[in-house]
Design a protein around this ligand. Structure first.
Ligand code: CP
Length: 322
């Protein structure tokens, strides 16, 4: 677990954003409310505010990304920051430079915020433990551990459609075991007092002692999806699987794929979410992904406002803000 104290200044303001775990309901709600105010900026013809003018944000993606990398970059631009997006494949990391040396060299260029995605769980926390005072780290996904801004944009999407978390039933379906997104979503949903958080997966794709995370576990999709308000589908993280955890993709889709028939078991106004990247025909039927109940592309759009919110809260000065 990330040390929550590392994420916060002594006065409770965000210093880094490493993990949802350990943060208060008030901070999560502040992120959602601040993001709400930024959606109007993203709808304007001139989509800029000067909140990060004069600041430099470095995007360090050691793993592949489309949505997170692009929306962090757009969010920083819309806050008027200077952006450095390092191409890791052509950086000195491939010549064996350590993560810490890469960090210190970039710090020498007066970077104010690092956005980091790395294959190792704990890497964002490691970075945050070593940066100079005044420098912040935002976790864009570390191994199987956490993806906190994804969870917050998912919470934003749920709140937009369902207004509140109390009384809601949310089902997270698929490869929970390897999913940093699922872990962060479960923490966020519980901190925000969601009525019921269900996880639906075969036993081989669940972490050990999953119930201790504050979820109800289902192995039968049809049972678990019944009357839920929100269905969150997850990708099979084949790159993180060691050994055969599934009989076949065809069998997985038969048992755990979201189809037009299956979604009828949820509430009629249930929304369908997916953090992406999605594999059509493996965890979700193509027509369902593009269907009326799907809010998958809205999640991507909201990601910009939510990432603007987190960066602006981190940049806020004591005594200068509302
Ligand atoms: N949801 C998500 O993290 O997508 P990317 O891997 O494309 O950033």
């Amino acid at each position: 677990m990330a040390n929550p104290n590392l994420q916060l200044h002594d006065d409770g303001r965000l210093r880094h954003f490493l993990s949802v775990e350990g943060l208060s309901k008030q901070i999560l709600t502040d992120i959602l409310d601040t993001a709400e105010s930024f959606t109007s900026v993203t709808d304007r013809s001139i989509k800029k505010v000067p909140i990060l003018r004069g600041k430099t944000v470095a995007n360090l993606f050691f793993e592949a990304s489309t949505r997170t990398r692009a929306t962090f970059e757009l969010a920083a631009q819309r806050l008027s920051a200077d952006i450095l997006s390092l191409d890791i494949k052509t950086s000195s990391a491939v010549k064996g430079e350590s993560l810490l040396d890469t960090l210190h060299n970039l710090e020498a260029m007066q970077i104010d915020m690092f956005v980091i995605r790395h294959q190792d769980s704990g890497s964002a926390h490691f970075f945050a433990s070593h940066v100079h005072p005044g420098v912040s780290v935002l976790n864009a996904g570390d191994g199987q551990h956490a993806h906190p801004t994804q969870a917050m944009l998912d919470m934003f999407t749920i709140r937009r459609h369902k207004q509140q978390f109390e009384g809601l039933s949310v089902a997270i379906v698929g490869d929970i075991k390897h999913s940093r997104v699922a872990r962060s979503q479960i923490h966020a949903l519980n901190i925000l007092n969601t009525g019921q958080v269900r996880v639906i997966a075969p036993p081989t794709l669940l972490p050990e002692h999953c119930e201790t995370l504050g979820v109800q576990v289902y192995h039968d999709f049809d049972e678990g999806i019944r009357d839920v308000d929100v269905v969150i589908m997850l990708r099979l993280q084949k790159e993180r699987m060691t050994g055969a955890l599934l009989p076949s993709e065809k069998e997985y889709f038969r048992q755990y794929g979201l189809t037009a028939e299956r979604i009828k078991l949820a509430k009629p106004d249930a929304i369908i979410m997916h953090p992406g990247p999605a594999n059509r025909g493996i965890e979700i039927e193509s027509s369902v992904m593009d269907g009326k109940q799907s809010v998958i592309l809205q999640q991507v759009t909201f990601g910009i406002a939510v990432r603007m919110a987190v960066m602006s809260m981190i940049a806020s000065q004591p005594g200068l803000d509302g």
